[in-house]
Structure formats: structure tokens, C-alpha cells
Design a protein around this ligand. Structure first.
Ligand code: WT7
Length: 658
């Protein structure tokens, strides 16, 4: 390294604050530093700024209706259609030939959809769904990987007012069945398979296995043929080939259905404390306004940008920031089917260069992998088209932040570290890239209009430097409205902790721990419930535990997250074999299979450790903290409060052996 290079590294290493680059500020969508105050003063009417980004069929009469809190309603009386907002209006405004989606297949094929072409496909598939009998408010499950038919199906559902429920393609057959059962979903769109690192994966067998577990009658299944001759498969009587069906509706148009602002746009299942996933309900007006607004203010998206979020559409990040937010703004959204290291570790940078990507949004786990692979991969490519970088999903360590800033952004792109959740619909805590100083490792202040605080267990705001819990005191348009068919659980999960029902003061509790500094910047410390974050994916330890305990020969199990260099956290299983079973490799294999079958490869345990007992307190509670420390290789604290302190040494010794 040259002296100059070394000096630069050293400076970056120590620097704790970064100003937004001047070149960025000059062109930023939001540059008015008074925006936080302005939103505070005009709350909740400030949110009209978000609603104004949309085209309404019927104007709303009320910005916020808090009459039945915490069942808040936004933009009530208003009517709109999400697919119209993401497609037709851009075509009508002269952007028919602008690219809407640039899709890149793993094997190198590409498909480019202009707004006009995407609208045509969405119209045809909307007509197809209708012909199958899908009506307004029927939940359509989409069990699909990153192929263009996924956003097409989402927007087709939105067009006819049928909420979609996307199930991440990596989830297991069981997970599909659980979600279809919970949503009473009678329609499914899926595919025969897809490619991963060049291999053709069978998805239809997994789909069929899942369908066997659906308790109600499934009317129709539409199957996209992604693999052609690479996979032989047959279709059951109620299963139809996507292309065959759509061929009958070529050129058909479907009038977008005017939906009430509060009508459901989609359901998204996410993990919680108990074994049962939660069906988070998002609505048409508030969600779309909020994702459009945050896409504009935080990601700085403009219509003529090429924007790329590398998430999977099967998660909320892809819903909000590959599909709805970016398309509502009429930009070009890049969609990549494959993995970042296939065929080579420079795949993403090759795409950035080829498509002249302006804005790139990814997860810290990916950045840590890029760091590990080395700077030579991005250095092979011209990344000078980039203007803004973003991260989401988990805390980013300052070292990874600085690497991203230097080696991907060339110190010329601001980084937004965006904290939010499936439930919040869109970003909540982040710097505004044209205004706020960036502090690596800290997400930043709450967005304008977002009343997030860090409080003690009893709800008092913590002083700077102290740790506490994140709460949000005021509602926001993108918030979940309830858990599907389960208002009671909605209240219990999110509102019980800090609200005062007597005085009708409702406080949202996201179940994250955090610290705040003198400037009001919030550093997220991680979940405080039994949810772990593996590579930016949220997994319930209880879900994994019940999968392990469901395995023959396992009596009891505890699942915790342990630190992992690339994944952030990894899954560690501690299990007690049943009498008569050996704690051997076969049992371990079956425990892992159990997790793969009930959830999927994302939840694959890093290690399964057998132990005759789990460390328990005198009152019989499993000491998870301790197990986490063992998994993470941390110093173990005081174990004297345990009923059975001797098991700790036993387990720790096993970990060292491995
Ligand atoms: C949990 C939500 C938001 C889309 C992806 C994950 C963690 C999210 C950050 C961030 C630190 C973060 C939180 C949150 N998280 N973003 N920028 N810094 N932690 O959505 O699956 O609903 O998970 O992800 O712990 O509660 P999700």
C-alpha cells in the first residue's frame, strides 16, 4: 500500500462521523434541514406529503383516524389502486418506454420490462386470476423465487384487490402449508423450480408436499415454467401452466379496482416469540404512501435512476423497496435472481457496472461477505455510477460500514443505515442522506414524523449513552394494522408493554434494544425477544425449538443465536436426547433435517450440541443468556444462580472440542 493509501485507511479507521458528500447534497431530493421540525409541528398532517406522491381515485377526508387506537386508520375516505400507481400513471405520463424492471437471471439471461410491457403482463395475469375466480379480498399465496412473474403476480393481485401473501421460496413445505392455512388462502402461484449456483432446484415437489398439508380446498395452482426441460414434472387437475393460462388473455386489460385506503394490500408472515408465525397486515393507502415517501426521502430515488435492492422479494424489504416504493416513483428497479458469488465473486459489481446502477441497497451480512472476499472484486469494475448506498436488516459494525463507504462508494456516496421491520412497512430510523451527518454503526435519528425513543423498562427516556428499549409513541402511515384474524395477539405483541389503556395512550414496542447519543442518534443493539437475526433474516427460536423437539429421540431443546462473523448471528441448538437414544451423528443429522423440513435452509443449525441437561434457574427457566454466551465464545458470568451449574462446564467443554 502506498503511504497515501495507508494514511487514508488509518483516517477512515478512526473517523466516527462523516458529512454527506457535497456532490450528493447538491442534487438530493430532501435538503431542507428544517424537515424534522416541520413534520413535528404539522403532525399528523405532515403525512399529506407522502399521500401527495400517489394518485388517488377519491381524495381522502381524514389524514389520521385514531378513534379506535391502536387500530389506527390513515387517509380514510380515500380510494386508490396500487397497481395503477405503480404502472398506469407512469405510462399515461409519458414513461411507457422507460425501464420498470431489469431482471438478471443467474445463468446470465436478462429480461427488461418497460412500464408499458410490465403493465401489459400485469393486465393479462390480472385477467387470468379473475378467470380462475379470484375476487376482491381473496388471499392469493405466491410461493416464488426471484423471477419476474413474482412482481407481476403481486401487481396483478393489487389490480383486482386481492391481497397477496408471498412466502419466501426458501421456506419449507410445512411453512407454506402453515401460511396458507392461517390465511385461508385458496389460490397459489408457484413455479416448477429455479436455479441456484447453476443447479436446477425442484420447487414443485416442495410445493406439492406443502399443499398436502393445507386443510381447506385449494381451488387453483398456477405454475410458472422456469426450468423448461431441466425438470420433468406433471401437473395435478387443479394445476395450470402459467403461460398456457395467460395465452388466453393476451392483450386483455383489467380496470384497476378502486380500493379503500384501509383495504388490505398484502399479508406478510413473520416470526415472533411463539412458534406460530404472525400474519402482518398492510393496507393500500398508508403503506404505499409511506414506501413511496421513504424511497424518495431516504433512498433518494428519482424516476430516471437505476436502483437496485439486492434483497429477496419474499421478505418485506423486497416488497417495500424492490416493488412498491420504487415503482410508485416510476424508477428502474433491478432484480437479480441469483447469489452474489456465482459465477464469480464480482457478480454484483459487474451488474452495477453494466446497468450503471445509481443506488444500491443491501444487508450488512452481504457487506461482511464482500469484505472477506476482498476489495479486488469491486476494484475490477467501474462503480462510479453509484450515488447512494444503503443497508438494512441488522446492525452494521463500523468496520463493515467503512469498507462499504470506501470500496463500494469511493467515499462519494452517503450510506443510509435504515432500521425498520416487517411490521413498520418502511424505514423508521435512519439519517436523511442529504442532511444528516453519518455515524458508522448508528442508524441515526428517527425519520421526520416518527416518534421513536429509547426508554427504560418502565418507559422513562434513557439518558445519552445508556441502553434501553426502542418505542414509537405516535402512529405512522406504513404501520401494520393488525395481525391477520388476530386483533388480540396484535395488542399483546406490540402494544401491551408500554401503553396505558386507561388514558388511551398507545405506544408501539418493536422489541429491539438500543442506545441513544447526545445528538439523538440511535444505535440498535438487537432483539430483546426470542427472535434471532441470521443474515438479516428474522427467525423465531421457538419455531426452531419446536422443530427440533418434533424429532424422534429428542426430549428437550433450547435454541439460541450465537455471534457469527458473516451471518451476524447463527443458530445453535442444545438438545437432550430421549432415554434409549444415543447422542450421535445420526441424531444430529435428524435434528437438522427437522429444522430444514419445518422452516428451511435459512434456519439450518450451525451446531447441534447434545447435553444430558439444560442449564436452568432454580425456578426452572432455561438460562438462554448463558447458552448464547457459550455459543458466542464469550466469558461466562456468574452461574451460581443455576440449579445445575455443572452442566455449563460440560457444554462449554463440548464446544471447545469442536
Ligand atoms: C428486525 C426486523 C426491515 C427489513 C428487514 C428485516 C433488525 C432491521 C436494522 C438496522 C439494526 C436492524 C431489528 C428489527 N433490523 N434493520 N438497520 N440496524 N437492526 O425485517 O425481518 O421484520 O426484522 O431486524 O432487530 O426488529 P424483519
Amino acid at each position: 500500500m502506498t503511504q497515501e493509501g495507508a494514511d487514508l485507511e488509518a483516517r477512515l479507521e478512526e473517523q466516527e462521523a462523516f458529512e454527506p458528500p457535497e456532490s450528493f447534497v447538491e442534487q438530493a431530493n430532501v435538503t431542507d434541514s428544517g424537515i424534522h421540525e416541520e413534520f413535528e409541528e404539522n403532525w399528523p398532517d405532515c403525512w399529506e406529503r407522502a399521500a401527495d406522491l400517489l394518485s388517488w381515485d377519491e381524495a381522502y377526508d381524514t389524514v389520521l383516524d385514531d378513534g379506535d387506537a391502536p387500530f389506527y386508520e390513515w387517509f380514510t375516505g380515500g380510494e386508490l389502486n396500487a397497481s395503477y400507481n405503480c404502472l398506469d400513471r407512469h405510462v399515461e405520463d409519458g414513461a411507457a418506454d422507460e425501464a420498470a424492471i431489469e431482471w438478471i437471471g443467474e445463468l446470465g439471461e436478462t429480461r427488461s420490462y418497460t412500464y408499458d410491457e410490465l403493465l401489459t403482463e400485469v393486465n393479462e395475469f390480472a385477467a387470468t386470476l379473475r378467470s380462475l375466480g379470484v375476487g376482491e379480498d381473496d388471499v392469493v399465496t405466491l410461493y416464488m423465487p426471484m423471477i419476474p412473474e413474482l412482481p407481476v403476480a403481486m401487481l396483478a393481485c393489487a389490480r383486482i384487490g386481492a391481497p397477496h401473501s408471498v412466502v419466501f421460496a426458501g421456506f419449507s413445505a410445512d411453512a407454506l402449508a402453515t401460511r396458507m392455512n392461517s390465511a385461508d388462502s385458496e389460490y397459489l402461484v408457484t413455479c416448477d423450480g429455479y436455479y441456484r449456483r447453476g443447479d436446477a432446484l425442484d420447487h414443485i415437489s416442495k410445493t406439492n408436499e406443502g399443499l398436502a398439508g393445507v386443510e381447506h380446498e385449494v381451488s387453483d395452482v398456477v405454475v410458472v415454467d422456469r426450468l423448461g426441460d431441466d425438470l420433468e414434472h406433471s401437473l395435478a387437475a387443479n394445476q395450470h401452466d402459467y403461460d398456457d393460462l395467460v395465452a388466453d388473455y393476451e392483450g386483455e386489460t383489467v380496470e384497476p379496482v378502486s380500493r379503500d385506503a384501509e383495504d388490505m394490500l398484502f399479508l406478510m408472515y413473520t416470526s415472533g416469540t411463539t412458534g406460530q408465525p404472525k400474519g402482518v397486515k398492510h393496507t393500500t393507502g398508508g403503506y404505499l404512501a409511506y414506501t413511496a415517501w421513504t424511497s424518495r426521502a431516504v433512498l433518494d430515488i428519482e424516476a430516471d435512476d437505476t436502483y437496485w435492492c439486492s434483497a429477496d422479494i419474499g421478505w418485506i424489504t423486497g416488497h417495500s423497496y424492490i416493488v412498491y416504493g420504487p415503482l410508485a416513483l416510476g424508477t428502474t428497479s433491478v432484480m437479480y435472481e441469483g447469489t452474489p458469488d456465482y459465477p464469480e465473486k464480482d457478480r454484483l459489481w459487474e451488474i452495477v457496472e453494466n446497468y450503471e446502477v445509481d443506488i444500491f441497497y443491501t444487508a450488512p451480512t452481504a457487506i461482511r461477505a464482500f469484505m472477506k472476499w476482498g476489495k479486488e472484486y469491486p476494484e475490477k469494475h467501474d462503480l462510479s455510477s453509484l450515488r447512494l448506498l444503503g443497508t438494512v436488516g441488522e446492525p452494521i459494525n463500523p468496520r463493515a460500514w467503512k469498507w462499504y463507504y470506501k470500496h463500494i462508494g469511493n467515499e462519494a456516496c452517503p450510506i443510509v443505515d435504515t432500521w425498520w421491520q416487517t411490521e413498520t412497512g418502511g424505514m423508521m430510523i435512519t439519517t436523511l442522506p442529504g442532511i444528516n451527518t453519518m455515524k458508522p454503526g448508528s442508524a441515526g435519528p428517527p425519520l421526520p414524523g416518527i416518534d421513536a425513543r429509547v426508554v427504560t423498562a418502565s418507559g422513562e427516556e434513557v439518558s445519552a449513552g445508556e441502553a434501553g428499549y426502542v418505542t414509537v409513541d405516535k402512529p405512522w402511515p406504513g404501520m401494520l394494522r393488525t395481525l391477520y384474524n388476530n386483533d388480540e395477539r396484535f395488542i399483546n405483541e406490540y402494544w401491551q408493554e408500554y401503553s396505558d389503556e386507561e388514558t388511551d395512550e398507545w405506544v408501539y414496542f418493536p422489541e429491539d434494544g438500543a442506545k441513544v447519543d447526545d445528538d439523538g442518534y440511535i444505535t440498535i443493539l438487537g432483539r430483546v425477544d426470542d427472535v434471532i437475526n441470521v443474515s438479516g433474516h428474522r427467525l423465531g427460536t421457538m419455531e426452531i425449538e419446536s422443530a427440533v423437539v418434533g424429532v424422534d429421540g429428542i426430549a428437550e431443546a433450547a435454541v439460541v443465536g450465537g455471534d457469527h462473523e458473516v451471518k451476524g448471528e447463527a443458530v445453535y441448538v442444545y438438545a437432550i436426547p430421549e432415554d434409549g437414544y444415543d447422542a450421535d451423528a445420526e441424531l444430529e443429522e435428524r435434528a437438522i433435517e427437522g429444522v430444514l423440513d419445518s422452516i428451511g435452509p435459512i434456519a439450518k443449525p450451525e451446531e447441534v450440541l447434545f447435553t444430558p441437561e439444560l442449564p436452568k434457574t432454580r425456578s426452572g427457566k432455561i438460562m438462554r443468556r448463558l447458552l448464547e454466551d457459550i455459543a458466542s465464545g464469550n466469558e461466562l458470568g456468574n452461574t451460581s444462580t443455576l440449579r445445575n451449574p455443572e452442566v455449563v462446564d460440560d457444554i462449554a467443554a463440548q464446544v471447545e472440542d469442536d
